[in-house]
Write a new protein. Structure first.
Lengths: 271, 271
């Protein structure tokens, strides 16, 4: 038996199926992507000698993590840190409190159409604008200080939490809500006993997650003058005090890890 | 079941007296913390500016409208830079995130005791620091420009992509891996034919999702000098050219909406 006949008997060899089935679309995507990469690479000007010079400083920064300096600027770090935490707590409380009614209004199955449209509009605006841009505008309007940061974080919390809460309400079990309604409950009772128990675990989990995000964001609001530890960090970088900057970054990482652990524990308890 | 005797009639209660007391104290503590935080914010706020805010807001609004449309001709290059920062940053991050994710996933890590904690540490530390802070740091090290923005976005995205990816790897169907192993495949062949096909849709989804977020983040990186449209925003803000600021904000809003639409479309096609 020749090779040819053997191949005919065995049929074609198996090949891995492609991720994008349509070959024309696949090749257009690949070629377009390669063309884009070339164009992007051509237009980025990298000053390699500057990068090379910077490597020493980069290494100095990495080394600074092994000997972070918490003490010499401790009062600045401490005041910035307190401001960040205070902003996070206050903004999370206010943001969550406001986002609950808006989340109820943005759920199509419990809100009438006009309310739904208004609430969805608020959510869309809040999600489209970034924290730092909102902070710039609010600093211009309300002046420097943690109030602008507090308002920014509250505003951002509303968009995040309302949207996810509304989606959760829209996908809830209708049967329980119906049963409460059938017992003759008023609207508020219906929400309280038919809807709230179903969405509460997820609301608590999302709120914890948002507190975590708010703290991380509060660390950069200081760059535009909205209070918090960002201003201290920025100064440390500007003065090339890498050991202080490393200390601040380590504190931020530590707090974020702590918050993440805490939110994991709380989420495991409520679910 | 907690029951309260009231004039010989048994009344059902949701909680025992002790439980409700504990809850009441919890709420009291929460309110006290909030009031304390609010007082700190209030103390460092110049209230005169706040009372004056409506007038200032109105003033900025009249200065900012109508936007200076002809300025759009100067925004082409910054928008292209912004797109490059987001896209190249995402690509680099994905290349770095894949090995980290494989090292961090419980079922693929070579050593759960030594290597997994290191991978998790990389994930947590890159994730908890905002891209603006990475940009600040990189500008101090390798100088301002688009390249610093690309690297900042890339570092920030590693943790995010690796976290989602390693969770996807941990959730794979083990029987397929076993089937490939049973054919006598080597470790790398098991990876390529047993694990990769299962996580490829998740990988594509994560890539597009992160790209969408990175477009948002790269629009503001210029505020600290890392290239993109944020540079124009920052220089316009510095010279109080409000009509230009409003145009740039509109462009950023449009870019965010388009990127969100693209990412939603692509994710819808994949899943």
């Amino acid at each position: 038996m020749s090779h040819r006949e053997l191949d005919d008997m065995l049929g074609k060899g198996w090949r891995k199926p492609a991720f994008v089935k349509n070959p024309a679309l696949r090749w257009t995507l690949i070629l377009g992507f390669v063309a884009y990469l070339i164009a992007a690479y051509m237009t980025i000007e990298v000053n390699w000698s500057r990068v090379y010079e910077g490597l020493d400083r980069g290494w100095a920064f990495v080394l600074a993590f092994t000997s972070p300096d918490f003490t010499s600027r401790w009062s600045d770090i401490w005041s910035g840190l307190v401001e960040s935490i205070v902003m996070t707590v206050a903004a999370s409380v206010v943001g969550i409190a406001i986002s609950i009614p808006i989340g109820l209004g943005a759920a199509r199955n419990i809100a009438p159409l006009p309310v739904y449209v208004i609430c969805r509009g608020i959510v869309a605006v809040s999600r489209a604008l970034q924290e730092i841009i909102v902070a710039i505008l609010l600093v211009a309007i309300f002046g420097f200080g943690p109030l602008a940061g507090f308002l920014t974080l509250s505003f951002a919390t509303i968009g995040f939490l309302s949207k996810l809460l509304a989606e959760d309400i829209e996908s809830m079990d209708k049967v329980q809500a119906e049963a409460i309604k059938a017992s003759g409950a008023r609207w508020t009772q219906w929400i309280n006993y038919g809807v709230q128990p179903q969405v509460m675990p997820r609301l608590v989990g999302l709120s914890m997650y948002r507190i975590d995000i708010n703290f991380r964001e509060s660390a950069i609001l200081g760059l535009v003058g909205a209070g918090g530890i960002g201003a201290t960090l920025n100064t440390a970088f500007d003065r090339y005090e890498y050991d202080t900057a490393a200390a601040i970054l380590l504190i931020i990482i530590g707090i974020v890890m702590g918050l993440e652990y805490l939110s994991g524990v709380i989420r495991a308890r409520v679910q | 079941m907690p029951v309260l005797e009231q004039q010989g009639v048994q009344v059902w209660r949701r909680r025992t007296t002790n439980q409700s007391l504990i809850r009441w104290f919890g709420w009291l503590l929460g309110v006290a913390v909030f009031v304390f935080c609010w007082q700190i914010i209030s103390a460092s706020t110049t209230w005169f500016f706040v009372w004056d805010a409506p007038r200032i807001a109105n003033d900025i609004w009249t200065r900012a409208t109508p936007p200076r449309w002809e300025y759009i001709t100067q925004l082409g290059r910054p928008i292209w830079d912004t797109l490059n920062i987001a896209t190249l940053g995402t690509i680099i991050a994905l290349f770095l995130a894949v090995p980290v994710a494989f090292l961090a996933a419980r079922n693929t890590t070579p050593s759960a005791v030594f290597i997994r904690p290191v991978a998790l540490l990389i994930i947590v530390s890159t994730r908890s620091i905002n891209s603006l802070i990475w940009a600040l740091l990189l500008i101090a090290i390798i100088g301002p420009g688009v390249f610093a923005g690309v690297v900042a976005i890339a570092i920030r995205s590693i943790g995010f992509c690796a976290k989602l990816l390693y969770e996807a790897i941990e959730e794979i169907d083990h029987s397929q891996v076993e089937a490939i192993t049973a054919t006598g495949a080597s470790r790398w062949q098991v990876m390529a034919y047993g694990i990769v096909p299962q996580i490829l849709p998740a990988f594509a989804g994560i890539a597009v999702f992160r790209w969408d977020i990175n477009i948002r983040e790269s629009t503001v990186l210029g505020l600290v000098g890392a290239g993109g449209i944020g540079l124009q925003l920052s220089s316009s803000l510095n010279v109080l050219a409000w009509p230009q600021v409003s145009l740039i904000l509109l462009v950023i809003l449009l870019a965010v909406v388009i990127s969100e639409w693209v990412s939603a479309k692509v994710r819808g096609a994949i899943i």
